[in-house]
Write a protein that binds this ligand. Structure first.
Ligand code: NAG
Ligand code: NAG
Ligand code: NAG
Ligand code: NAG
Ligand code: CU
Length: 659
């Protein structure tokens, strides 16, 4: 490394890691590469190491108890920080060995396994990248498949195969399988645009063998002309400039400070970016007050709407089946984030358990997009026109998950107004099906999707991204309130009489139990609030944060359809549950081939009390996608998201300062 700039960059990127070894560590810090390798070493040297085919599917910190984390944080924020021992550093690992799934908890200080037991329930842990890669290569050496390719007049060297998860369709015994679909490049880089239709190929993952093959029919191969998705304007070698530390924010270890916000930023293979202990500065007391204890994407559900043999099973749960962190892509400066952003690395365990660096998977930057933060013009002061305002400047934390054909841009945006805005942008390539059809009659179209080019139908589907939002609004005892806006009538007998006949007023309902915490957004006008019933503003209003939802989208599948049973929580956009450290993955931890026996909708059946308790809000960003021609050859971003906005949390607008 003889380029001084590169050396400076390398040092700067290494800094957060080194500094986390010092006093800046936080109990929720992600595993360091050394810790990941230590875990691999402990497990490899245990009795599991002597079993055949040891593979690592999940490695993460074992989350310390919230009370310990809060106690540790509080001790740090004292004027004279008291020395308290941080919670023990433990890790959780899920491995497969000898055809079984093992759940382990490890203690890193003592280099030991605390617990180890075999998981015997339904469903499997996330597939490792190695397994997906190996499965994708199997067809290319499989003689029946080669025959199918040759008999179609195609060249096997131009075929790319992509493994897809298989779901669950009522089988009483399941094994770990992948369905592999193949595509023809033939000079194009848009793999998904040229599906080789009609072939069904099943791979048994544990033995890594093709166990079932059929070639049912042929459909014309969609043409390669016009499928290239690479933009000419932003070539791969566009100017790259780095700014090591942005002007307004500071990162110590994994702790981020910016304007009136302070939060912890981490990255793991399953959730990707995780925001923890996000607190906002109270301009009156000068104390940081907690808003969000922990937030991340918990599960995704992407069911395709084509029930035919080659397509019915495409009902993906990407977080549980692959992992969003695992799918995180290296961000391109000046395209994915401003060139001046700070780019951060993440570390995950590979299938062999060893630490793998994922370079530049998070970016952090200050955003000034030309928007207005607040303004006013006053013309009623005699003889004067008074104009005032401030631009909107916010801090954005971003990652991009590329899961097969789709790219999800996931933003956490912190605002000086006290809002946290979560943004989801979808882009990428559509999943297409080859067809005889070359012309859409415009009326009926195609039952399962839209003809986007000759011989290619982009199949209808949904995207559901369910967020885990452990809000702790100014303390961890909170309630969920539906502030319903109801029409009130003015009685003719009103005294004094009013010419008005009606107005609306707010009727607040506090959810007592989990069954009252489910909401179909839009069914009635209501503001959704998480309040701290134990605290009030100086004026006596209940302290809270409002959930401003995006598009109200819920699943249209029938309740007893298998994929819907697995993702039952997608019938409501909002759920509120009692906090339980082990309830984090909305579709269940073992999502691959799951049967819907674990997960959000099941936990909520307990109907626990949620009033004045530690509660978790789950919000699903949803999009029904009936594709159109503009989504081809690459779809421009479509945006949705939600906002957590203070509602009587502050004494007044926290952005407003008169110094
Ligand atoms: C271990 O893997 C090999 C090859 O991948 C496979 O043939 C064998 O059945 C596997 N053994 C077990 C116990 O899963
Ligand atoms: C098949 O494709 C490979 C690589 O693209 C090329 O080198 C080879 O000449 C092709 N073979 C035929 C028969 O077209
Ligand atoms: C980096 O940040 C500094 C200070 O804010 C600014 O002056 C400079 O233009 C930035 N450089 C780039 C390349 O964005
Ligand atoms: C926490 O959740 C897990 C998984 O749902 C459950 O097994 C456990 O009993 C729960 N603990 C409490 C205290 O409710
Ligand atoms: Cu889509």
């Amino acid at each position: 490394m003889n380029n001084p700039l590169l050396l400076a960059l390398a040092l700067a990127f290494a800094l957060p890691f080194f500094s986390s070894l010092l006093s800046l560590s936080h109990p929720l810090d992600p595993l360091t590469p050394n810790e990941i390798n230590q875990i691999q070493h402990i497990i490899q040297n245990s009795n599991l190491g002597s079993l055949p085919n040891l593979t690592f599917h999940f490695v993460d910190i074992a989350e310390p108890d919230k009370s310990d984390v809060i106690r540790w944080l509080d001790s740090k924020s004292q004027p004279k920080p008291t020395k308290i021992k941080p919670p023990a550093r433990q890790a959780k690992a899920v491995v497969r060995a000898g055809g079984k799934t093992y759940e382990l908890v490890l203690d890193l200080a003592t280099n030991s396994i605390v617990s180890n037991h075999v998981y015997t329930g339904h469903g499997y842990p996330p597939l490792s990248f190695m397994e997906l890669f190996q499965a994708s290569k199997l067809p290319l050496k499989y003689s029946k498949f080669i025959d199918s390719i040759v008999s179609r007049g195609l060249n096997i060297s131009e075929v790319s195969c992509i493994p897809m998860t298989a779901g669950w369709y009522g089988e009483t015994v399941t094994t770990r399988i992948l369905r592999v679909n193949c595509f023809y490049r033939g000079g194009s880089v848009n793999v998904f645009a040229r599906p080789i239709e009609g072939i069904n190929l099943l791979v048994d993952v544990d033995t890594m063998r093709i166990t079932s093959y059929s070639d049912r029919f042929r459909a014309p191969l969609p043409k390669s002309e016009g499928t290239d998705f690479r933009s000419k304007k932003f070539a791969e070698n566009s100017i790259i400039t780095y700014n090591i530390s942005g002007p307004g924010f500071k990162i110590d270890g994994h702790n981020v400070r910016w304007a009136n916000w302070e939060f912890h930023l981490s990255f793991d293979a399953r959730a990707g970016v995780t925001i923890s202990t996000a607190s906002v500065l109270d301009p009156v007391t000068k104390n940081f007050r907690m808003v969000l204890y922990r937030g991340h994407v918990s599960e995704t559900f992407v069911p395709y709407m084509d029930p035919t043999t080659e397509w019915y099973y495409r009902t993906f749960m990407d977080i549980g089946e692959f992992g969003f962190g695992r799918s995180a892509d290296t961000l391109q400066p000046a395209i994915d984030c401003p060139a001046s952003a700070l780019f951060l690395d993440g570390y995950v365990a590979g299938g062999d358990g060893k630490a793998q660096k994922m370079a530049n998977v998070i970016c952090v930057f200050e955003r000034y997009s030309g928007d207005v933060g607040m303004r006013h013009t006053e013309i009623n002061v005699p003889g004067r026109v008074i104009r005032s305002g401030e631009p909107e400047i916010s801090l954005v934390v971003r990652m991009v998950a590329t899961v097969g054909n789709y790219d999800y841009i996931l933003d956490w945006e912190f605002k000086q107004s006290g809002s946290i805005k979560v943004g989801v942008d979808l882009t990428g390539i559509l999943e297409m099906k080859a067809t005889e059809q070359i012309y859409s009659d415009g009326k009926t179209g195609n039952t399962y999707g839209t003809l986007v080019t000759e011989n290619a139908v982009a199949v209808n589907h949904d995207h559901f991204l369910t967020y885990y939002l452990d809000l702790d609004v100014d303390g961890n005892r909170n309630s969920f309130v539906k502030a319903k806006l109801q029409t009130a009538r003015v009685p003719p007998s009103a005294n004094p009489p009013s010419p008005r006949r009606s107005y609306w007023t707010v009727v607040k309902e506090t959810a007592k139990t989990e069954s009252q915490g489910r909401v179909r957004v839009g069914a009635e006008p209501a503001e959704l609030l998480v309040v701290n019933p134990n605290k009030r503003t100086r004026l006596g209003n209940q302290i809270g944060y409002r959930l401003i939802t995006g598009q109200p989208v819920s699943s249209l599948l029938s309740d007893y359809d298998y994929p819907q049973i697995r993702a039952g929580y997608t019938k409501y956009q909002v759920w509120v549950t009692a906090y339980n450290k082990s309830e984090r993955w909305a579709g269940g931890f073992y999502a691959d081939r799951s049967r819907g026996e674990d997960g959000l909708s099941i936990w909520a059946w307990k109907n626990r009390a949620i009033e004045n308790r530690d509660i978790v809000v789950w919000y699903t960003v949803g999009l029904h996608h009936n594709p159109c021609q503009e989504d081809f050859p690459i779809m421009s971003t479509i945006h949705d998201g939600f906002e957590l906005r203070p509602a009587n949390f502050f004494e007044r607008n926290p952005m407003f300062k008169q110094d």
